[in-house]
Design a protein around this ligand. Sequence first.
Ligand SMILES: *Cc1c(COP(=O)(O)O)cnc(C)c1O
Length: 387
Amino acid sequence: MSDSKELKFNTLTIHGGQNPDPSTGAIMPPIYQTSTYVQSAPGVHQGYEYSRSQNPTREALEKNIASIERGNYGLAFGSGLAAIDAIIKILKPGDEVISTNDLYGGTYRLFRTIFEPFGIKFHFTAMSETSRISELVNDRTRLIWVETPTNPMMNVIDIEAVSKIAKAHNSLLVVDNTFATPYLQQPLLLGADIVMHSATKYLGGHSDVVLGLVALKDKELADKLYYIQNSSGAICGPMDSFLILRGIKTLHVRMQRHCENGRLIAHFLKGHPKVDKVYWPGFEDHPDHSVARKQMKDFGGMISFTVKGGSYEDTAKVISSLNIFSLAESLGGVESLAGHPASMTHASIPKAEREKTGVVDSLIRLSVGIEDAEDLQNDLDQALQQI
Ligand SMILES: *Cc1c(COP(=O)(O)O)cnc(C)c1O
């Protein structure tokens, strides 16, 4: 099933990159909980030497992400940030990166505080207008980093347009596809060189594992990343690989419901007297709606909104009054979560910088789960009535 380009997405999530176990017929790839593999003579083995380098369960997951992202190669890491760390290690001191400014806080921290001291320069800009990228490109630009939809402001960036700029300047385009998942958008088909995921979120889908994934088409680039994966060693274990494989099997069904519930909740919030702004790319008056329509299959289950009046106290009261939505970091699980970006996911971004992008104290981010939509709506309503 690994060679299955013509199969449709809903089949690939279940079968892509996976074959029944050759020794037993087990339909799920077994959890190969082993660090090493016996060799019949020095250097004579079955393709597996040591589990940092190769592991059959991880390999099944790597083939699966390659397949559902329409790439040729996949790599799995211990977390989304470990995947990002490996990608940036392709670069050398003096190289420059242009990145989305409205970015996952942990990615920003990694770029700014870990890689910048090693001599890699990062520029952050709003990419909804691609002309902003052209202004920053120079002959040291090696990589463009796009997160779309952005977190937590739900801006949508035109991947195809950015890929044209990247290609014209011999620069790699990387897309963090965590929010959209390959169910909604497939960046490699839109010109991206590398797509990455925090599989911790929608791909796993059950809030029970932390893991990162990368998929790409180009062999030379894949070899480089494999070299980094094996040399730096930020791999994931076989149990975690198994859990993500299991999660991906229902990705399309879960995403369909996340999108349905997201649509209902977005419209509900927009009409609510205690709500000021609602950020969701499915609204026709969302500034990036046409790009979202063009490159995404639907609009997802991530919504941000501001509480009317805007005080920190009122916002905290609304969040604390929720019963079904749990106050927690993370997103993309079957259960609905609410977060306060300013004090949680984006706390590592300086206040002035985050407020420039819209991450104000009254902003609440929802990861709409797949519970009953009416129950979710009632929960939000009673919490908003508290102020
Ligand atoms: C969570 C997240 C990450 C980081 O992934 P981890 O698995 O937590 O290391 C990166 N990008 C986005 C968009 C995320 O939501």
